[in-house]
Write a protein that binds this ligand. Sequence first.
Ligand code: MLT
Length: 406
Amino acid sequence: MVKVNDNYLKLPGSYLFSTVGRKQREYQAAHPQAKVIRLSIGDVTQPLAPAILDALHKAVDEMGNAETFRGYAPDLGYEFLRNVIAEQDYKAKGCDISADEIFVSDGAKSDSANIQEIFSLDNKIAVGDPVYPVYVDSNAMAGRTGSYDKNTETWSNVIYMPCTAANHFAPEIPKETPDLIYLCFPNNPTGATVSKTQLQEWVDYANKVGAVIIYDAAYEAYISEPDVPHSIYECEGARTCAIELRSFSKNAGFTGVRLGFTVVPKDLKAEGVALHGLWARRHGTKYNGAPYIIQRAGEAVYSPEGRDQLKKQVAYYMNNAKYIYDGLKEAGYTVSGGVNAPYIWLETPNGMTSWEFFDYLLEHANVVGTPGSGFGPSGEHYFRLTAFGSYENTVEAVDRIKAMKI
Ligand code: MLT
């Protein structure tokens, strides 16, 4: 008789953002008059930039013409896109990454979930706590995380690296040696960053102990301060220990369009095996490539017009971030993030749990955020707001929060 993958049965509850969405829908159904503002999931609200729209239209027309029609995309992605990524995201910034080390995909969420497949189940993962839930859940589905303890909300075979106010929400090198280390900077959910020197310490450590760093740089476009690295390959030695994930969702508004890429340097080896070859094998077997039309839209992100328009889009969201940050501070909240990232991380007032504050905020301000505890036990008593709303909604939400009694 067929058996299920019982690792799925060990997973607690549903995916965090599904739970948040369900609670919002339930509230709205019970209070149809309420104008609920969603500052929860990091989903963009601004329309696609004109340069991207033009590229999409042009590519659609090409698909309707036998001369320019394209079928399956090349395994790693079209060269026109990989070349421009290698040039502008890496070579122009002094990072030694070539186009054939870039794998185009439908986004960083899928890549961050899938990358663990090329590693043995015997590997032990280390994650920041709080953390983007996909890293842990995907390893749990694969059977790498041991058993789940409902009381501590932790897995027995995961190394948690607490990110707290005491360490400025940046993980410290753990006592126990991990095999796979997930790092995300600028960080989701806390909005924290690390300096180049701090990141170099991680690279040196990974090379020393033979670990691999999975570096999620989905929010790099939001970096505003000079000493914050945009890529892990700015660090010496990263080619032998790091995989980098990038997304077009947040820098170009592609959450509904879907495009991302993963960099696997050819020098990166485990047990003498090049991980580039393993990921290429997986990519070729399980993935048919991001659509031609979307890859052309991705190329437009790097055009002079595209870059200019997207700079303004990022500035629009960062203006929201500042409004949230300043408004909450003024209202007496303890706040961080929002400077190099579109996320604001606040301490819940009066010792409320994260979910208590979620309910309170929904009830009293009709604003939806994301409970910090959903990202891990160290996120308890914290709460995340996103800057990806419209300016008008952001202002209204902050004004309602300021007016709310706490
Ligand atoms: C988030 O809200 O954390 C992000 O939207 C999740 C994602 O990008 O998948």
